[in-house]
Ligand binder design. Structure first.
Ligand SMILES: NC(=O)c1ccc[n+]([C@@H]2O[C@H](COP(=O)([O-])OP(=O)(O)OC[C@H]3O[C@@H](n4cnc5c(N)ncnc54)[C@H](OP(=O)(O)O)[C@@H]3O)[C@@H](O)[C@H]2O)c1
Length: 271
């Protein structure tokens, strides 16, 4: 049974990477999709790939509260309900606190604004509609939401905050029938590392990973959609992700050392 036919799915940051794969996969399953991004060229490119009348793409920034309200209002005006909200829009960062110093503070705030507050705003305005539909709220988190990663201090903080907030909302929503969950992709090929902010707050313009060896965004989106269909509480993708979460829970000191070894070489952050 196709459980997504004629459902309305709102996805933040659906113009690139995992979000774009989610948009196209939900459309292929017959859902109506409302999404957003800030880059007009990417919006036009996405619109050209979608069937008529099933997709709305808004040019907006999730760090602005009233823009998130506009996204929700638009979904209701266009399709009448919201069944699934996927809080996907996210940015990353790369920089060591000891090197960046106080320059890192606005970087960390920016990452929190997108990854955490973008989710808070959108979920808050969508919640009355999700209560009506007994729908699903999804947070696209990360392994960094379970285990702080060096060089990604602000990113890790944003994903820990995301998970803590969603866990609280999940509990509040128990009697209302709204399902709240989060998913944690492993390293997935996308634009996220290219545009990750360095300690000066500029896009680093390259990826420290071999992107072609990572999971592709379509596969990642397929896992996410399956976990939504099964109304899972959480999804940690990849063996490396599961191993990291498990080790960190039972052997946190050892995991500090293993994480350091993974990210550093001769005292330099290499990933
Ligand atoms: N790729 C990975 O390895 C990985 C691993 C774990 C978790 N994740 C999570 O997966 C999610 C998607 O990441 P991705 O890898 O697909 O990144 P991506 O390729 O950089 O795509 C991010 C999307 O979000 C949009 N976006 C960014 N900032 C926004 C803002 N302020 N307002 C509205 N839209 C915004 C981008 O469009 P514009 O820039 O045009 O606005 C783009 O459509 C993120 O939450 C990320 O933390 C990714």
């Amino acid at each position: 049974m196709n459980t997504f036919q004629h459902k309305t799915v709102v996805i933040t940051g659906g113009t690139d990477g995992i979000g774009k794969s989610l948009v196209l996969a939900f459309l292929a399953k017959g859902a109506n999709v409302v999404t957003c991004g800030r880059n007009q060229q990417k919006i036009i490119a996405l619109e050209s790939e979608a069937p008529m009348g099933k997709l709305s793409v808004l040019n907006l920034d999730v760090t602005v509260e009233r823009e998130c309200q506009r996204l929700v209002d638009h979904a209701i005006a266009a399709f009448g309900s919201i069944d699934i909200l996927v809080n996907n829009a996210g940015i990353s960062m790369r920089g060591l606190l000891s090197e960046g110093g106080s320059d890192m503070i606005p970087v960390i705030k920016k990452v929190m604004d997108v990854n955490f507050y973008g989710t808070v705003y959108t979920t808050t305005y969508a919640l009355p509609h999700l209560i009506k539909s007994k729908g699903v709220v999804v947070g696209v988190s990360s392994i960094a939401g379970y285990r702080g990663l060096p060089g990604r201090s602000g990113y890790s903080a944003s994903k820990f905050a995301l998970q803590g907030w969603l866990e609280a909302i999940r509990t509040e929503m128990l009697p209302k029938g709204v399902h709240v969950m989060w998913v944690c992709p492993g390293f997935t090929a996308s634009n996220i590392r290219n545009v990750a902010l360095n300690s000066k707050g500029e896009a680093q313009g390259e990826s420290p990973l071999e992107e072609n060896k990572l999971m592709d965004a379509d596969t990642c989106a397929a896992h996410i959609i399956q976990s939504i269909q099964k109304r899972k509480r959480t999804l940690v993708m990849t063996f490396q992700g599961k191993e990291t979460v498990w080790l960190n829970k039972f052997f946190p000191g050892l995991t500090d050392k293993l994480t350091y070894k993974f990210f550093f070489k001769n005292g330099e952050l290499i990933k």
